[in-house]
Design a protein around this ligand. Sequence first.
Ligand code: GSH
Length: 292
Amino acid sequence: MPRPDLSALGVKYRRIPVMAIGRDVYCDSRIIIRKLEDLFPEGALGASTAEDKAIEKFLEIWNIEAGIFTRASQLIPTSMPLLNDPKFTKDREEFSGRPWSKEHIAENRPEAVAAIRSGFRFLETTLLADGRKWVLKTEKPTLADIEAIWTFDWLNGLKGALPRELISDQKYPKVFAWIARFNDALKIAKAQAPKPATLKGDAAVERILNAPFADKDLGIDLADPLGLQQGAEVEVFPIDSGTQHHDQGRLIGLTEDEVVLSTQAKGTEVRLHFPRTGFRIRAVTGGGQSKL
Ligand SMILES: N[C@@H](CCC(=O)N[C@@H](CS)C(=O)NCC(=O)O)C(=O)O
């Protein structure tokens, strides 16, 4: 923080990643991945059978909602120089809702190590146990690998995060080999992909605000349990982290797994999309009552 480029788009949501396609802005990796899968089916990475889709979804829930990522973030080493900066630790406290003193991090560490070690063990003894290359026994990595691997890969690359006497390639050889394989595959995929252009923030804002909308109109599910009407003024915010940052706007889309707000930036309409899971939608004035 601050996030001037997001502010210029009228976005209060503070987390990364965010994605814009045209004037539609997507907040949270879950909706970003879903949209990319829908919009670019020729490059889709998701499973095709119902059973594999379930594994993929459970791995997403395991990492994001069931606490693996939260536990991983508790393994940030206390030797990190940024932890000496009170501005940084205060910001982290506001973001996460928990203390970020070195003492608190150290005190919490054994429990977090236990949770992450149990995650390594789970992967080693179930999904990867038979020696398969990829989680869904495919030739190439799929979305299920991505959903499963990202926190473990992040911790593996973060010096001092994992206690190597407890969590190593000796103890969990299949998991560490999979992480290495994934990084090799990623390197090859990146080398083959078109080179992304890099824009300065103000140029990106300009381009987004001058673009058409890219997404379809979702409409409002009138049977939705929140009982909200089209055009209701609502606020949307995450309930797991970054919870103080509320986006407000007119409700223009509400389905089982997506909420869309119409907001303004520099007099131009921008549409903000969020997943339903992990977010609260609250009526601000009129137009329906949120029951939360
Ligand atoms: N459920 C969200 C979680 C996003 C998240 O926690 N992002 C972290 C970084 S991994 C973040 O933006 N933290 C705020 C910050 O560092 O300022 C998602 O999947 O996109």
